[in-house]
Design a protein around this ligand. Structure first.
Ligand code: PHB
Length: 362
């Protein structure tokens, strides 16, 4: 049997197996952007994952980019998440929270006082977000001033404190998918001068300050980071030198003693490794002294091979975990999967959320 189904550790987080539930936006937060009873049930059903990485959750009101995504910055949100972590722990699972600031992928109607989204840049991507009016183009962003960046770090630090108070086993800093932190990292977006623009060291400065602050709050061995060196999600071209940029970042993260790095290897929600791409994931991994989670369209055989070969410590599954609450068992037994109802991913209620059957019920 493959080591995919054997226990493991990511920093101080002990896993019953190496099958991870990827963070998945479902837009079902209730009043106050609090995770409600359906969300408690959804994660409880999936507690046999070695680790659940709960959905991207905004660290502040300005960090929201889509309708009805949950937050982790108010007392009500902490109380809601505490019910989620309690249910997962009672079912024997482990759960961390993904800390999210969308930056320029937002719309003024979602932000306090109708504010402009904030970013490293004032340039607007040709991307859409989901609001009360349905899909709309994102609003033009405002470039953050350097003297505002300590406030961004403080928002992440506060959110990390709130997550640990809510009973999570750790946190994952979302530095992927072209949200705020990646808007600083990539030279295809970051057009700043000064200490937070230009060189790789400067572009990595804010993400590294954020990750250090979060690790100080949550404990480095309970902190992970998600990266997506190649994705062009949200009309964002790749960096001019992804190997150098992400190599620098991962090397710096290694020195912090983090629990893990979690890499989306190709296009987010799309192609595994885009044709003709020269990027050496194994070389990236060699720079990091800690757990390595891979993600991006893995199937059973690919996941078993990744762990058995040592290329990864764990494999994260997204869509398969939405439609199969007992995914670990199905993978172990090589059972069939429930089909995904793609029209029920974002928003709505129980349908397409907590009604996918487990094997015994199917
Ligand atoms: C989304 O809401 O579509 C979404 C959120 C977070 C991601 C990727 C996609 O990292």
């Amino acid at each position: 049997m493959s080591t995919l189904f054997e226990p493991g550790k990511l920093g101080d987080i002990a896993l019953a197996n190496r099958v991870v539930m990827a963070p998945l936006t479902r837009n079902r937060a209730i009043e106050g952007l609090v995770p409600g009873p359906l969300t408690v049930e959804y994660y409880r059903q999936r507690a046999s994952a070695g680790l659940i990485i709960a959905e991207a959750t905004q660290v502040s009101a300005m960090g929201q980019g889509y309708l009805d995504t949950p937050g982790i910055h108010t007392p009500d949100q902490v109380a809601g998440w505490r019910r989620v972590t309690g249910a997962v722990h009672a079912a024997g699972g482990r759960i961390v929270l993904q800390l999210w600031h969308v930056g320029r992928i937002s719309h003024s109607s979602l932000l306090p006082g109708g504010a402009a989204p904030v970013s490293s840049t004032a340039r607007r991507p040709d991307a859409q977000t989901y609001t009360k009016e349905g899909f709309v183009p994102v609003s033009a962003p405002r470039a953050l001033r350097d003297d505002e960046l300590p406030g961004i770090v403080a928002e992440y630090r506060h959110a990390a404190r709130c997550a640990m108070d809510a009973g999570f086993d750790g946190v994952e800093v979302h530095a992927a998918n072209n949200y705020l932190l990646e808007q600083f990292l990539r030279d295809s977006v970051n057009d700043r001068s000064g200490p937070y623009g230009g060189s790789i060291e400067n572009r990595a400065r804010l993400p590294l300050e954020v990750i250090a602050a979060v690790a100080a709050e949550a404990g480095a061995a309970r902190t992970g980071v998600r990266l997506s060196p190649l994705t062009t999600f949200s009309d964002t071209p790749r960096d001019s030198d992804p190997q150098a940029l992400y190599g620098y970042v991962v090397g710096r993260l290694s020195a912090l003693g983090l629990a893990y790095v979690h890499v989306i290897e190709g296009e987010t929600g799309g192609e595994r490794v885009p044709a003709g791409t020269a990027f050496d994931h194994a070389a990236l991994r060699r720079l990091f002294n800690g757990g390595w989670i891979v993600n991006n369209g893995y199937d059973r055989a690919g996941a078993m091979a990744a762990v058995a070969s040592g290329a990864a410590d764990a494999v994260a599954f997204g869509r398969l975990f939405i439609s199969n609450p007992d995914l670990v068992r199905r993978l172990r037994e090589d059972a069939d999967f429930n089909p995904l109802r793609g029209d029920l991913l974002y928003g709505g209620g129980a349908e397409g959320y907590v009604d996918y059957p487990a094997l015994d019920a199917a």
